[in-house]
Design a protein around this ligand. Structure first.
Ligand code: ADE
Length: 231
């Protein structure tokens, strides 16, 4: 898979992509991540990427021209067309289902905006999908792009080691994950539940399922409603 990210701050991405599973996935050739600086596509001496909004109001709006020049240059770099995504709080909310869909693509192209937003014609003219990572406003789309890339790359076949399976983690069956324990059996008077030490796999399965439902009921009742409606 190839992932392109169009941003004014490519340096922000260096560290998060340089550790653990994301680093290994790049080293092993599962994913190539290409950062492009939108400012490199300005033609004026100020290297201007934004301007005041028509109609007035606070903040600045990102200009069409450098963005389209950057996007068209990036698109030409590879024959794969790619799925184009703009990060914005106005977008469809990202979730594990969308992460799975993205992981099946050959190429993803992310536009990370800054300031008050993008000139709407960037979205209209490029046909990009708008995606949000949650109901809060970040200073720009960069962190949102990092979150999505992280969630997608770990799903690529071969990205996780044998002991890092994504099969029964949270959301994989519409529920939050059950509680996990490791050694020692007692820590500060807190004991590992007996059932996990019993060796009875059927009982363990039953307990885990029950715990997952309890936890989902308590922390994320909206997920249970979604499951019910799918039945
Ligand atoms: N840019 C600013 N806030 C955002 C959010 N919540 N999701 C995606 N992109 C954003």
């Amino acid at each position: 898979m190839r992932i392109d990210i169009l941003t004014l701050f490519p340096d922000m991405f260096a560290s998060p992509f340089d550790f653990s599973i994301l680093k290994r996935a790049q080293t092993n050739g599962l994913v190539e991540i290409v950062l492009s600086n939108i400012r490199d596509f300005t033609q004026d001496s100020y290297r201007k990427v934004d301007d005041k909004p028509y109609g007035g109001g606070s903040g600045m709006v990102m200009l069409c021209k450098p963005m389209f020049d950057c996007l068209e240059s990036v698109q030409k770099q590879d024959a794969r067309k790619g799925r184009l995504i703009v990060l914005t709080p106005q977008g469809k909310k990202f979730d594990q289902q969308m992460a799975k869909e993205f992981a099946a693509e050959e190429r993803l192209i992310f536009i990370a905006g800054r300031y008050e937003g993008l000139d709407e014609r960037i979205i209209i003219g490029s046909g990009a999908e708008q995606v949000s990572i949650g109901d809060y406003v970040l200073t720009g789309g960069e962190l949102a792009a990092m979150v999505i890339v992280d969630a997608v790359v770990r799903l690529l076949p071969g990205a996780l080691g044998d002991d890092e399976s994504s099969a029964d983690e949270s959301f994989s069956d519409g529920l939050l994950e059950y509680p996990q324990y490791t050694r020692p059996e007692v820590f500060r008077d807190m004991k590992v539940p007996d059932v996990l030490l019993s060796g009875n796999h059927a009982e363990i399965e039953k307990w885990r399922r029950q715990q997952a439902i309890e936890r989902t009921k308590k922390n994320r009742p909206d997920l249970l409603n979604k499951l019910k409606n799918e039945d």
